[in-house]
Write a protein that binds this ligand. Structure first.
Ligand SMILES: [Zn+2]
Length: 259
């Protein structure tokens, strides 16, 4: 492994998200006597990951667990379901790092274990796994953002005393990519958290933040909203389903540094 190659995967290394062979190759590389910025890249990735990752420990899906779920489900065949489940199992096994999966996985396992149960259970299990899978995709996007030196980490500050939701956004303006991490209790019953991109006096709706079973929220910000540099990101509490303009209380705000 070269220094250039190491720096490309430093963020994944810091997050513990490399496959064992990649990880040992990276460790071996760090043991070499001279480097071109490898330790700086690693320190930066670790610091950033510590900052953003406290609420979202990177988790590895265990391929055997997923295969086990798939095989148990296949014992109770439903033709359409088998294809889908197998696809999920493969996708999950391929995922390098998954956030928020553990809660979903435990529930999925429990449900799969009692699979004589009604198809409603199976459907819920499918939703849990689908949710976990979309988390994995977003987590990989977030890790890719972390690895880029042009990514800014924007901390969103609570606007209300005692607010327990926290959020940080990884924003890469050159590539118009941004992922928001949040953690905290779900929105009150009948309400949703809604994310806003603020530019001047415009408040552009950027989607609802749905809490995952783990308590984590991961959301991708629509690249179209990043075509011009936003001034800030904000989260409000709105009626379920959200609103085209913010009406509810603001819970989080984070300003983007203008360079
Ligand atoms: Zn090196």
């Amino acid at each position: 492994m070269t220094c250039v190659e190491f720096k490309e995967i430093a963020a994944l290394f810091a997050a513990g998200a490399l496959d064992p062979p990649e990880r040992s190759a990276a460790e071996q590389h760090l043991g070499e006597p001279t480097h071109d910025g490898c330790f700086e890249a690693l320190r930066r990735a670790s610091d950033t990951w510590d900052a953003v990752g406290r609420s979202l420990p990177p988790l590895r899906p265990d391929a055997r667990v997923w295969q086990g779920i798939a095989s148990r489900i296949e014992q109770k065949p439903r033709a359409a379901a088998i294809r889908t489940w197998t696809g999920w199992a493969v996708a999950a096994a391929l995922a390098l790092a998954v956030v928020g999966v553990q809660g979903a996985r435990i529930r999925a396992e429990r449900r799969a274990a009692t699979l004589g149960a009604a198809s409603a259970e199976r459907d819920q299990c499918a939703r849990d796994l689908a949710e976990a899978r979309s988390d994995a995709v977003l987590q990989r996007e977030a890790l890719a953002l972390l690895a880029s030196p042009s990514t800014q980490v924007v901390a969103l500050a609570p606007q209300q005393a005692g607010a327990s939701i926290t959020a940080r956004a990884l924003v890469n303006l050159p590539s118009r990519a941004a992922v928001l991490y949040a953690a905290g209790p779900p929105a009150p019953s009948g309400k949703d958290y809604e994310l806003w991109v603020i530019r001047g006096d415009k408040k552009l709706p950027a989607g609802l933040l749905r809490t995952q079973p783990s308590g984590a929220i991961l959301a991708r910000i629509d690249p179209a909203l990043l075509s011009e540099t936003p001034d800030a990101l904000a989260v409000t509490v709105e009626s379920a389903g959200g609103a085209p303009q913010p009406l509810g209380p603001i819970v989080l705000v984070g300003a983007l540094p203008h360079t």
